[in-house]
Design a protein around this ligand. Structure first.
Ligand SMILES: Cc1cc2nc3c(=O)[nH]c(=O)nc-3n(C[C@H](O)[C@H](O)[C@H](O)COP(=O)(O)O)c2cc1C
Length: 203
């Protein structure tokens, strides 16, 4: 299996890094593109150097190399993830303005009907952000903002991040062994595991 991972300058560089590590563990070929601002967030947020992150990839492509293999639809791959995806990159992709390799490779993934997952990150969201996400979803991209889950009782930031990454892997049919899935609630017990006594009235 071969995937493209792009990291842009939204906060949350850790998502791209954990994704690269998980894919490496699973033996997936990883083509990495870092935007200039991703390089800044990597250093500011993670304590890792850019070269340490690049070392997690099978192939690293320069963000302005429009002649890279992944710039062409003839280069076969199994999908692309932008983690995290800034609102600027989202806007470029929505409008088809592929002035760098990240948007070009994503644009190609869309036209070739390959899986494209966007960990779009901003808050709060304005109308432009929301419209761009809706439009891209309608075009076939999967908009998967990195929003943490709490039903699995995460004990660390790493566990919070891994849950999101595990759900991204799910979208490619890949399994993260440590992913704690929702196991369902028994209809005869309440959320704390006590026997159900119907509606509780206080006061
Ligand atoms: C520390 C830091 C955090 C940022 N967080 C976000 C964010 O969460 N979402 C976003 O859309 N832009 C964020 N930005 C702004 C983007 O980096 C900026 O719009 C940049 O031009 C994006 O370019 P790129 O998509 O090519 O990486 C952040 C910038 C910095 C320096």
């Amino acid at each position: 299996m071969r995937l493209i991972v792009a990291m842009t300058g939204a906060t949350g560089a850790v998502y791209g890094i954990r994704l690269l590590k998980a894919l490496q563990h699973l033996g997936v070929e990883r083509h990495l593109i870092l935007s200039r601002w991703a390089e800044v967030t990597i250093v500011k947020e993670t304590g890792l150097s850019v070269s340490e992150v690049c070392a997690m990839a099978s192939v690293v492509h320069a963000p302005d190399n429009q002649g890279a293999t992944i710039s062409s639809g003839s280069f076969r791959h199994d999908g692309m993830v932008i983690a995290p995806c800034s609102m600027k990159t989202l806007a470029g992709l929505r409008s088809g303005y592929a002035d760098g390799l990240i948007v070009r490779a994503a644009d190609v993934s869309l036209k070739e009907r390959r899986r494209l997952v966007l960990l779009a990150r901003e808050t709060p969201l304005n109308e432009i952000h929301l419209e761009n996400m809706l439009a891209l979803s309608r075009m076939g991209a999967i908009v998967a903002p990195p929003v943490p889950a709490f039903y699995n009782h995460p004990q660390s930031i790493e566990e919070l991040v891994d849950h999101t990454v595990g759900r991204v892997l799910d979208l490619f049919g890949l399994e993260m062994p440590q992913l704690k899935r929702w196991a369902g609630m028994r209809p005869d017990k309440d959320v704390a595991g006590r026997p159900h006594v119907g509606v509780r009235r206080n006061g």
